[in-house]
Design a protein around this ligand. Structure first.
Ligand SMILES: *Cc1c(COP(=O)(O)O)cnc(C)c1O
Length: 378
């Protein structure tokens, strides 16, 4: 062999015998075959891999992990939470069909359905899911999908999943739930009868604010259809990001336990602060709390920008779910896409601050927030 050839084709004798403890990163765009029979075998479902957009061991590992945690038979990964939502929706609806969606969806999801799906000829009605009779009234002959979130953003309304599932069954519709805020640690919508569950794994599943990823779980048929959309749209997750997400997910239970227990303590402490009008936290759900987001509506006499400036080590970031406590301003970031009127109706005003509680000591988080409030009194 000449150098030019050897540098490419030198055999690595360890290639097939190293038994690593964790799955290596299959950072490869495609997979090789020994012969045409093996290649044909792929199409017959022999478990081989072909091309990473179509499937990769790292993305499969993540999909199977989350499906297992949610009690669902199948899972698929996408390049982001939004592309998982898109794939889930397109697995069910086509041009001419109708979706009923919650009016308090994550801003990006709202943008997706209102801007993009309507351009594809998919009709969308947005209603409050606080009263499911309103949802039922919005159902029409061409409705195929109802779509909400298990815990909403930023005001943390907890969806009645069994009732959403029952309503979907009654009208022969598919139900889709975004379970990002609750995570499979707190809630398994599939086991409550929800057909498709989507996650922005960018948030708690990854947990370290270093990836963008989406996961979708459900039965074999719907998940298979959604996987087909991911393949055709080129919305696949990269092997490295899938690997990082699997690595992060190993500590999901530990992180959620600590973050939710901190969140409950922070919410209880902030309730005592007279400079806060309302503290949003779903206290009623579970001993260890329910999720790790606490949203506060600061009193009118608080200068919101001074509050943000006074937070010190608590970073201002338009995301959530990392191990470090952070804050965001929904009105000007996550909910920017929503009409002003909708924000007002939902109660998302300038004084609403979303706090993503981390794994620090609860006392330090409480002290830091309280001193920022003290500095922002006007
Ligand atoms: C962040 C988020 C999304 C979008 O996920 P990306 O990974 O940013 O695409 C969807 N739903 C919820 C509830 C989110 O918080």
């Amino acid at each position: 062999m000449n150098f030019e050839t050897a540098v490419l084709h030198k055999k690595n004798k360890n290639e097939r015998i190293i038994k690593s403890k964790v799955t290596p990163i299959y950072q490869t765009s495609a997979f090789a075959f020994n012969d045409l029979d093996e290649l044909e075998g792929f199409y017959q479902g022999n478990g081989h891999y072909l091309y990473s957009r179509v499937g990769n061991p790292n993305t499969d590992e993540l999909g199977e992990l989350i499906a297992g945690l949610e009690g669902a038979p199948a899972g698929a990964c996408a390049s982001s939470g939004l592309s998982a939502i898109l794939a889930g929706v397109l697995a069910v609806v086509k041009s001419g069909d109708h979706i009923v969606a919650a009016d308090d969806l994550y801003g990006g999801s709202f943008h997706l359905i209102k801007e993009e799906l309507t351009q594809l000829g998919i009709e969308v009605t947005v209603v409050s899911f606080s009263d499911l009779s309103k949802v039922e009234e919005a159902i029409r002959g061409n409705t195929k999908l109802i779509y909400s979130e298990s815990i909403t953003n930023p005001l943390l309304r907890v969806e009645s999943l069994e009732e959403v599932a029952r309503l979907a069954r009654k009208h022969n519709l598919v139900s889709l739930i975004d379970n990002t805020f609750a995570t499979p640690y707190h809630c398994q919508p599939y086991l409550k009868g929800i057909d498709l569950v989507v996650h922005s794994a960018t948030k708690y599943i990854g947990g370290h604010s270093d990836i963008t990823a989406g996961v979708l779980v459900g039965d074999e048929e719907l998940t298979g259809k959604a996987r087909g959309k991911i393949v055709n749209l080129g919305a696949n997750l990269s092997p490295f990001e899938a690997w990082l997400t699997c690595r992060g997910a190993k500590t999901l239970a530990l992180r959620m336990r600590q973050q939710a227990s901190n969140a409950k303590k922070v919410a209880e402490a902030l309730k005592e602060n007279s400079n806060i009008k309302t503290v949003y936290y779903p206290f009623q759900h579970g001993e260890e709390g329910f999720g790790a987001i606490v949203t506060v509506d600061l009193a009118d006499h608080i200068n919101v920008n001074e509050f943000f400036k006074g937070l010190g080590w608590i970073k201002i970031v338009p995301t959530l779910a990392g191990v470090e406590t952070s804050v965001s301003h929904p009105l000007t970031t996550s909910h920017r896409a929503l009409p002003e009127k909708t924000c007002k109706e939902l109660g998302i005003t300038k004084h609403v601050v979303r706090i993503s509680i981390g794994i620090e000591h609860a006392e330090d988080i409480i002290a830091q927030l309280n001193q920022a409030i003290q500095k922002s009194l006007t």
